[in-house]
Design a protein around this ligand. Structure first.
Ligand code: HEC
Ligand code: HEC
Length: 401
C-alpha cells in the first residue's frame, strides 16, 4: 500500500515537472490549424518529443506477459482510436450495463459491470472467459469510441468557465438547463468538474488513460492498482504484479499511463474544413435553431505552463455540460449524471466521424438532430420546420467542422 502511494506520487511529480520544465513563454491567442493526428502547433522541441514518445506507447499492443487482462476489450489504445488518424475514434463499441434497484442505479460490479470486457486471456492452460452482459441487467447502452483531438485544450478550459454556463434551474426560461457532472478525482481525492467520456464522467486526461488501461485493457496502474474481477469472479491467470503499467517505459522517466497522457494532451485540435457561402449561411441557421445554446462555438483555456495551451481559443462547439436529451439518452447513471443526461458532444472534427450519437445509432447529421429531445426539443422542432435549402446549409456547416 505504502509502495503504491509512493510510486503514484513519483509518477505524477515527473509528469508535472516535465511539463513545467518544457514550457515556454509567449501568448498567442489563435488556436492554429493542424492536420488530423498532428501535434498542437507551437510545441517546444521537448514537448514534441514527449508527444512522439507518448504516441509510441499509445500505439503499442500490450501482451498477457505485460499484464493484459484477465479480461479486456483490446490490446492497445490505437485499436479503438485511429480514425481518421492515430488519436481519433473508431467504429468499436463498448457496451455499459447496469440495473435499477428500488429506484437507484446499480452498476452491477458484482457481475463485472458497468463496462463489459468481451475477451479473456489464455496463458499456458489457464483461460478466462470473456464477460457476457448478465441477464439481470435491465439497462444496456452501447457507447462508441470518441476522438481525442484537442483534448489538452478542453482540459485547460477553467472549471469556472464551464460552471458559469450551467443553468440548472433554467432561470433564463429558454427550456435549456445544463449542469456540470461532478466527479471524484482519484489522484487528488477532490470533487472536480467531470470533462471526458459521453457523460463527462472522467476529470482529466491522465485519469482517463488510467481508466482505459484498466477497463479496456485490464492493465492496472498506480491510479487504479486493482484488477477488474472478470464477470465479478476472482482474478485468475493474470499473475503479473500490480501496478502492471508502471514498467512500460519508453522514455526512461515515466510509466505508460503518463506517456500516453502526454500524447493526448499535446494532440492538436481537428483542423477546420473549407468555409464557403453555404457554410456561412449554415452557421447562421445553427444559431437560429438554438443549437449554439448547448454546442457553444468557442471557449478559452486559462493559464497553462505549456504555451500551446495557454489562453487559447477552443472551437469545440460544446458547453461541456450535461443535458437531459430525452428518451434516446443511454439510461446509465454516472456520478451526478442521470440516465437521461449526456454531455453536449463537441462538434469539432464532426466531418471525420463515421456514426453519430453515443450508441452510433445515427448515420447522418439529420438523423442525429432528430434524436435530440428533452432540453433540445425546441431546437429539434425548429430544425424540422427549416426549408430544404436551410437544412442543406446547416449540414454543409456541420460538414465543415
Ligand atoms: C475497446 C475500445 C477502446 C480502447 C482499447 C480504448 N478506448 Fe478510449 N474510448 C472508447 C470508448 C467506447 C469511449 C467512450 C467512453 C464512454 O464514455 O463510455 C472512449 C473514450 C475515451 C476518451 C474520452 C474522450 C472524450 O472526448 O471525452 C479518452 C481520453 C480515451 N478514450 C482514451 C483512451 C486511452 C488512453 C486508451 C488506451 C489506454 C483507450 N482510450 C483505449 C474505446 C476504447
Ligand atoms: C439541449 C442541448 C442541445 C441542443 C439545443 C442541441 N444539441 Fe446536439 N447534442 C446535445 C447532446 C447532449 C448530444 C449528445 C447526445 C448523445 O450522444 O446521446 C448532442 C449530439 C449532437 C450530435 C451528434 C454528435 C456525435 O458526434 O455523435 C450532433 C450532430 C448535434 N448534436 C447537432 C446539433 C444541432 C445541429 C443542433 C441544433 C439543431 C443541436 N445539436 C442542438 C445537446 C444539444
Amino acid at each position: 500500500m505504502k509502495k503504491t502511494t509512493l510510486i503514484k506520487f513519483t509518477g505524477l511529480m515527473i509528469y508535472a515537472v516535465s511539463l513545467a520544465a518544457l514550457s515556454s513563454s509567449g501568448v498567442v491567442r489563435s488556436q492554429g490549424a493542424t492536420e488530423f493526428g498532428g501535434p498542437l502547433p507551437e510545441l517546444t522541441p521537448g514537448q514534441l518529443e514527449l508527444f512522439g514518445v507518448g504516441k509510441q506507447v499509445f500505439l503499442a499492443k500490450r501482451s498477457v506477459e505485460e499484464g493484459l487482462g484477465p479480461v479486456f476489450n483490446d490490446f492497445g489504445c490505437a485499436q479503438c482510436h485511429d480514425q481518421p488518424a492515430t488519436g481519433g475514434a473508431s467504429a468499436v463499441i463498448v457496451p455499459k450495463f447496469g440495473r435499477i434497484v428500488n429506484g437507484v442505479f446499480d452498476p452491477m460490479v458484482e457481475f463485472g459491470g458497468p463496462v463489459r470486457q468481451s475477451t479473456g486471456i489464455t496463458i499456458g492452460n489457464c483461460s478466462v472467459a470473456g464477460e457476457i452482459i448478465p441477464p439481470e441487467a435491465t439497462v444496456v447502452a452501447d457507447r462508441q469510441s470518441q476522438p481525442l483531438f484537442g483534448l489538452g485544450l478542453i482540459e485547460n478550459i477553467p472549471e469556472s468557465t464551464v460552471l458559469a454556463l450551467a443553468d440548472p434551474d433554467d432561470r433564463d426560461g429558454d427550456g435549456i438547463s445544463g449542469r456540470p457532472n461532478l466527479v471524484m478525482d482519484p489522484i487528488t481525492n477532490r470533487v472536480v468538474l467531470g470533462r471526458f467520456g459521453w457523460k463527462a464522467q472522467v476529470p482529466s486526461i491522465l485519469v482517463f488513460a488510467a481508466d482505459a488501461l484498466l477497463n479496456e485493457m485490464g492493465m492496472t496502474t498506480t491510479v487504479f492498482p486493482r484488477e477488474n474481477n472478470p464477470q465479478g469472479r476472482p482474478v485468475t491467470c493474470d499473475f503479473v504484479p500490480d501496478p502492471e503499467d508502471f514498467d512500460f517505459d519508453l522514455d526512461g522517466i515515466s510509466d505508460g499511463m503518463v506517456a500516453i497522457a502526454n500524447f493526448i494532451r499535446f494532440l492538436g485540435p481537428p483542423p477546420r474544413g473549407p468555409v464557403d457561402d453555404a457554410v456561412r449561411a449554415g452557421e447562421a441557421v445553427f444559431a437560429r435553431t438554438g443549437c449554439h445554446k448547448c454546442h457553444t462555438p468557442t471557449l478559452f483555456t486559462g493559464d497553462s505552463p505549456v504555451a500551446a495551451l495557454n489562453h487559447r481559443a477552443v472551437n469545440l462547439y460544446s458547453d461541456m455540460l450535461l443535458h437531459d436529451i430525452g428518451p434516446r439518452a443511454d439510461g446509465i447513471f454516472d456520478n451526478v449524471a442521470t440516465g437521461s443526461e449526456v454531455r453536449t458532444t463537441p462538434l469539432w472534427g464532426l466531418r471525420a466521424t463515421g456514426k453519430y450519437w453515443h450508441d452510433a445509432s445515427a448515420a447522418t447529421f439529420e438523423e442525429a438532430i432528430l434524436l435530440h429531445g428533452g432540453e433540445a426539443e425546441a431546437s429539434r422542432s425548429s430544425f424540422t420546420s427549416l426549408t430544404p435549402a436551410e437544412k442543406n446549409d446547416l449540414i454543409a456547416f456541420l460538414n465543415s467542422l
